[in-house]
Design a protein around this ligand. Structure first.
Ligand code: PLP
Length: 391
């Protein structure tokens, strides 16, 4: 296989580089300490201890108690587990309230639930991608088992008022879940101060490896396991633990907690410089989303009258890896469901590019993108009859 790793990587909402410190922490559990955490012998016991340490570290990042963390395989599993558990635990309530801009991990499940006879209500968003709060509140009633609203959107970076929404859900006797896959490690989270019942996260979005995630379950919230079998994870998630992955997630959580403030400022400054530079040098470009309430690492920009896919391919020739919409919709020519929900015109939604940065991006990389993008946009508009007519 011909592999390349020379890349200017600005696609961190799709996945992140595993931090060297995380790899270092994981290696012993791949090479030497391969015991089973459920075994009685010391060789298994030390592995159990490593899992406990990782649990405490992740709990620390979230302001949770270690006993409130269940390790899973990914964000999707955590999302599914939370919603299905809520429906199973309160069979009289058959309604789920969510939004039109959730990740397919939620929307796909909701479509399947609808086919099984559940009632799903999708809250719309405004032109900036913010949830219409009045509409959401009207949707929550005594039939609602669970409200699920993401902490931050993977495409625009928009941050939603999940702490307030959890209070509102509870006023109606409903549970509250948040998909915080894009938020954890990027913005401060202190769950002890909230009424959030469930929170999903995924290792590979915060510099831990793929194949490990977690579900926070508030102490006292009823939970029916999604994956049933052995007694691992206190009986809440069966299956022999992905020890190296869990240790890696614990180490990544510690790194995020230690560096969050400094990195938020530095990464946001890089993102802002990139955004301002592109808007200044590329005519007919506009930001999708709500800059006052956005993740520090994300900008989503529409370059009108060009195809996002063509921009991505040309950027790729310079070793720049970005994304149009979310990774799950790349490769399809359908405009992203998030931008459609926001009412972004077709000609702009098609030409949208998401740049999502991380602590590993540098000023020189931003300079390179700022140098390459304007001629790419000019050239694509020149060869597109659509673009020429419009400008
Ligand atoms: N939720 C959000 C907001 C995401 O961005 C993603 C991944 O892109 C997921 C859920 C799914 O996470 P995973 O890939 O770990 O299943």
């Amino acid at each position: 296989m011909n592999l390349t790793k020379d890349v200017v990587y600005v696609d961190n909402n799709a996945t992140t580089r595993v931090a060297p410190e995380v790899i270092e922490a994981m290696m012993p559990f791949l090479a030497d300490y391969y015991g089973n955490a459920s075994s009685i012998h010391r060789f298994g016991g030390q592995v159990r201890h490593a899992i406990d340490e990782a649990r405490a570290r992740l709990a620390g990042l979230l302001g949770a108690a270690p006993g409130e963390i269940v390790f899973t395989s990914c964000g999707t599993e955590s999302d599914n587990a939370a919603i299905l558990s809520a429906l199973e635990n309160d069979v009289a309530r058959r309604k789920v309230v969510t939004t039109r801009v959730e990740h397919p991990a939620i929307l796909g499940l909701c479509t399947a639930l609808q086919k099984r006879g559940y009632h799903i209500e999708y809250c719309p968003v405004n032109g900036k991608g913010m949830i219409c709060l009045d509409r959401l509140c009207e949707m929550i009633d005594d039939q609602t088992a669970i409200v699920s609203v993401m902490w931050a959107n993977n495409e625009t970076g928009n941050i939603y008022p999940v702490i307030n929404l959890a209070d509102i859900a509870h006023e109606h006797g409903a549970l509250f879940h948040t998909d915080a896959v894009q938020a954890v490690g990027k913005v401060p989270i202190d769950l002890a101060r909230t009424k959030i019942d469930f929170l999903s996260l995924s290792g590979h979005k915060l510099h831990a490896p793929k194949g490990v995630g977690a579900l926070y379950i508030r102490r006292g919230t009823k939970f029916n396991p999604f994956q049933i079998g052995g007694h691992q994870e206190g009986g809440l998630r069966a299956g022999t633990e992905n020890v190296a992955g869990i240790v890696g997630l614990g180490r990544a959580a510690l790194l995020a907690a230690e560096n969050m403030e400094e990195e938020r400022t530095r990464v946001a400054a890089l993102r802002d410089r990139l955004e301002a530079g592109l808007l200044a040098t590329c005519p007919n470009a506009r930001v999708n989303g709500n800059p006052p309430s956005r993740l520090p690492n994300t900008t989503n920009i529409s370059f009108e009258f060009v195809e996002g896919e063509s921009i991505l391919l040309m950027l790729d020739q310079f070793g720049i890896a970005a994304s149009s919409g979310s990774a799950c919709t790349s490769g399809s020519l359908e405009p992203s469901h998030v931008l459609r929900a926001m009412g972004v015109p077709y000609t702009a939604a098609h030409g949208s590019i998401r740049f999502s940065l991380s602590r590993y991006n540098t000023d020189a990389e931003i300079d390179l993108i700022l140098e390459k993008m304007p001629p790419i946009i000019r050239r694509l508009r020149d060869i597109s009859p659509f673009g020429r007519d419009q400008l």
